[in-house]
Design a binder for this molecule. Structure first.
Ligand code: PRX
Length: 631
């Protein structure tokens, strides 16, 4: 009944057990948590529908496992260390006891404002402890949280609120990110003009900017908590009740609301947190991801708190006030485990070692990477200059839909190989398929990465539209979960993710649908049509290249380009800002009207000599014109 893997031999044994008898394996792991009622059956699954249920009939509340369960043993231990945007502002620390009290208090606030079990609550906040408190308070009352990244525009926020029909929004007046102040409440107000389901908005005072408070709808966090007690008996939930919705981009249409349910997500995030990072009692764990992304959900909040760890939350950005900020925070809080994205590593590497040298970094024991492939150069820079060749790097591959880490080394246990996520964790059964869906057996193969067996935190549905979940993940290869990633398996059975094989791009670790960016660009009144593709970018991994057709055929296009960037900012957010915009007269289309993105990708990559077969093009002259104007 062990939860922790301590050696490679143990990993191999656990892996074998997890494949031979998955139900027994996961029942053992689930036994480490506090259930109000134990499950009747471990697993039911069908990948064709899809329909997956774990720990069926089990009753629990995840916050009792994150908080109450720890009070006797570690009530006075720090649960959250908060490092503010400005290094001059005071650090905040919340013990498990304090966090428990604040979560109970805010659970009462939510209830007092009409929220109840099953409601959807949108959280649009800066990276402050109240964000974690709001997330956990939702879970405590049995409401489903939908956290929206604070960098999204009013229009993206409104889409997400409407899709989930949220009735309450938790936000702040504003948020600090580096030298910028983000006027969050203003953005919420704008979104709510088109969100009829929202009845209440709770606003935290963070930056102190003036905001409009709509009477009857808007209340202040600080007023409400004064009226609330710190006692709240957690709502009893079913293992398969929804815990949260998190929106992610797809190759078509608007973002999908990925749904995770309580029991399986709890077991899997804690299991992977403890084993991948080999977390040791009293260590400080720092995941730099924003809670608006899945990494922040699983490894800033749930995984660490379920494990009784100390988790660090950072409000700011890696380059403020200078490019040494990450390293200074590591020294300041004696961080032991540091988990960040390759984009951040590459951009800090580009700033030069002078920003690293002043810091000792000797508290570090494990380094992690997530969100996109880490190139060998960045891997070595990270290992030499940050880890001082003393810290194993865990390159963790997973997705919003998988809920937790799937393929990764176990720190200090699995032999690492730069740019390889290495081996599947126990319970994970990857397969590589060729385009026709044939399983590629053996090693030294490359194909599409799929999973042939469910794990506890697999996506259950896409909110409000189960068909979409089926179509996006379970339809291409019958009987498998399809990740959308290409992957190699080397001679030792190690996995290396080669990147997306669909129309989504990873820009600075953010997953963006090209269709979604095109829709935002097309909001510009002069744009007739656009096509977006990715191109390799030294720092961001991938950059955004937009080909646009201007109705008026303007020749001086600088102004138009600025307007397009502003339009994307408004309708999606700054993360989707095109790096390159080329104004064209036409797009390469097949006779049936389909844009030939393959050609545009080649042009964006600067590989115009190898455009491949263009014989099916409706008008080949279009390509010549685009080639000439390529940036
Ligand atoms: O393409 C893979 C890439 O990120 C995608 C998932 O993105 P998202 O749902 O936003 O979740 C990111 C955080 C878990 C994957 O399909 N990806 C993620 N981690 C890695 C990766 N690619 C290569 N190596 C990784 N370690």
């Amino acid at each position: 009944m062990s939860f922790r893997i301590n050696s490679f031999e143990e990993y191999q044994n656990e892996y074998t057990k997890s494949v031979e008898n998955p139900e027994q394996f996961w029942a053992d792991k689930a036994g480490h948590f506090q259930w109000r009622k134990k499950w009747d059956k471990v697993l039911e699954w069908n990948f064709e529908k899809p329909d997956v249920k774990w720990f069926i009939g089990g009753r629990l509340n995840i916050t009792e496992n994150c908080l109450d369960r720890h009070l006797a043993e570690r009530g006075d231990q720090t649960a959250i260390i908060w490092e503010p945007n400005s290094p001059n502002e005071e650090v905040r620390k919340l013990t498990y006891k304090e966090l428990h009290e604040e979560v109970c208090r805010f659970a009462n606030v939510l209830k007092n404002n009409g929220a109840k079990k099953g409601d959807r609550i949108c959280i649009y906040m800066p990276m402050v402890p109240e964000l974690a408190i709001a997330v956990l308070a939702c879970a405590r009352i049995g409401a489903i949280h939908s956290v929206v990244f604070g960098g999204f525009s009013f229009s993206s926020l409104a889409d997400r609120i409407n899709d989930a029909e949220c009735n309450l929004v938790v936000t702040a007046d504003g948020g600090y990110r580096g030298a910028k102040d983000i006027p969050l409440k203003v953005i919420v107000d704008e979104a709510l003009q088109i969100c009829p389901s929202v009845k209440k908005v709770v606003t935290l005072k963070r930056t102190g900017i003036a905001v409009n408070m709509q009477s009857g709808r808007d209340v202040w966090w600080h007023d409400e908590v004064k009226k609330a007690t710190t006692e709240f008996v957690a709502e009893e939930m079913d293992s398969e009740d929804k815990l949260f919705i998190l929106y992610t981009s797809g190759s078509t249409g608007k973002p999908k609301g990925v749904v995770h349910t309580i029991g399986g997500y709890m077991v899997y995030t804690a299991y992977t947190f403890q084993n991948v990072f080999q977390y040791k009692e009293a260590e400080v764990f720092w995941c730099t991801a924003d809670v608006g992304w899945v990494t922040g959900h699983s490894y800033l909040i749930y995984g660490p708190l379920l494990s009784g760890a100390t988790t660090l939350m950072f409000e700011g950005i890696p380059t403020f006030p200078d490019a040494g900020r990450f390293w200074s925070v590591i020294d300041k809080h004696k961080v032991n485990i540091f988990y960040t994205a390759p984009t951040a590593i590459r951009s800090l590497e580009a700033m030069g070692l002078d920003f690293v040298k002043p810091y000792k970094l000797d508290s570090l024991r494990v380094l992690g990477s997530v969100g996109e492939p880490i190139n060998e150069e960045a891997w070595h820079w990270y290992e030499e200059n940050i880890g001082k060749k003393n810290c194993p790097i865990v390159d963790t591959w997973w997705q919003t839909e998988t809920g937790g880490i799937m393929i990764s080394p176990l720190a200090g246990i699995t032999k690492t190989k730069p740019s390889f996520a290495t081996l599947p964790l126990p319970g994970i059964q990857p397969v590589l398929l060729d385009e026709k869906g044939n399983v590629l057996e053996g090693n030294n193969v490359e194909g599409r990465l799929c999973m042939k067996f469910p794990w506890p935190s697999i996506i259950r549905t896409t909110y409000g539209n189960h068909e979409r979940c089926h179509d996006a993940y379970f339809s291409q290869f019958k009987g498998y979960y399809f990740t959308g990633d290409g992957c190699k398996r080397d001679e030792n059975g190690y996995y290396r993710i080669t990147g997306r094989v669909d129309d989504v791009i990873k820009v600075s670790g953010h997953l963006l649908g090209t269709a979604e960016i095109e829709n935002a660009i097309n909001e510009h009144p002069d744009i007739v049509e656009s096509a977006v593709v990715g191109f390799q970018h030294d720092i961001k991994g991938w950059g955004i290249y937009a080909f646009v057709i201007d109705e008026h055929g303007r020749t001086d296009t600088d102004e138009l380009k600025k307007e397009i960037i502003a339009t994307v900012n408004k309708f999606m957010g700054a993360i989707a800002k095109p790096d390159k915009i080329q104004v064209v007269k036409g797009l390469p289309k097949t006779r049936s009207g389909k844009i030939m993105r393959r050609i545009l990708r080649k042009i964006a990559e600067g590989d115009v000599a190898n455009l491949g077969d263009t014989s099916t093009l409706l008008d080949p002259a279009v390509v010549d014109e685009i080639k000439l104007g390529a940036i």
